[in-house]
Design a protein around this ligand. Structure first.
Ligand SMILES: [Zn+2]
Length: 192
C-alpha cells in the first residue's frame, strides 16, 4: 500500500499496466498497490493529464482478477448493501476517507476543476466499488470502510497471486521479445 509521494513507476510497471488496461497507460505517476508477486494492482494517475484534462481518479484498480471480482460484487447488488451501512460512525469514517483521498491528490497537484471531487461516490454515496477498493488497497485497512468491506467480500485477495503471464506480451518499448522473462519477474525496484 502506498500513498503519495510515490516512487516513479518503472518502464516495466507501465508496460504491465498497459496490458492490464488493454491500452497504453498514460500519465502514470506511481503504483499505489501491488500483488504479492510485485505486479501493479492499483495505478495512480496524474490529477491533470498531459493533454490538460482534469483526472479525479487518483487510485484505479487495474489488476484483471481484482477488477473482475469487484464487478461480480457490483452485479450482485453489494453496492446497495454497503450504501445502507452509511450511518453513524461508518458514515463519519467514509466522509473522512473522502477527505483523505482529496488530501492525497492535493499533495500531488491542485486542480481547481476537480476541487472537492473524489471518487466512487464519496463522501455520501456508493457508486463504484472499483474506485473504493482501489483506495483501500492504496491507503491500507482502516481508511475507507466501504472499500475495506468490499475487499473482504471479493473473491480476490491481494495476498494470492492470480496474475497472468505478462512476460511475452505487447506494449514493450525496449524489445523484450525472446527474453527469458526473468527481468519481468516482478521484483523491479525503482532506481535510486
Ligand atoms: Zn501477481
Amino acid at each position: 500500500m502506498t500513498t503519495p509521494p510515490f516512487d516513479p513507476p518503472t518502464a516495466e510497471d507501465v508496460r504491465i499496466v498497459s496490458l492490464q488496461l488493454g491500452r497504453p497507460a498514460r500519465d502514470v505517476i506511481g503504483i499505489a498497490a501491488r500483488c504479492v508477486c510485485g505486479a501493479p494492482t492499483v495505478v495512480s494517475t496524474s490529477p491533470r493529464l498531459a493533454d490538460g484534462t482534469p483526472f479525479p481518479t487518483l487510485y484505479y484498480l487495474s489488476h484483471p482478477a481484482a477488477t473482475a471480482a469487484v464487478s461480480t460484487l457490483e452485479a450482485n447488488g453489494v453496492m446497495v448493501e454497503l450504501a445502507a451501512l452509511l450511518e453513524g460512525e461508518t458514515a463519519d469514517a467514509y466522509s473522512a476517507a473522502h477527505e483523505a483521498y482529496l488530501a492525497d491528490r492535493e499533495g500531488i497537484e491542485h486542480v481547481p476543476e476537480i476541487h472537492g471531487v473524489s471518487a466512487g461516490g464519496m463522501p455520501t454515496r456508493v457508486k463504484c466499488l472499483h474506485a473504493l477498493v482501489g483506495h483501500s488497497l492504496a491507503a491500507g485497512p482502516g481508511v475507507n470502510p466501504i472499500g475495506d468491506l468490499a475487499l473482504e467480500r471479493a473473491a480476490w485477495s491481494p495476498t494470492v497471486c492470480e496474475c497472468p503471464d505478462y512476460s511475452d506480451s505487447g506494449y514493450s518499448d525496449s524489445g523484450h521479445e525472446g527474453s527469458t522473462g526473468a527481468e519481468a519477474s516482478g521484483d523491479a525496484v525503482p532506481n535510486e
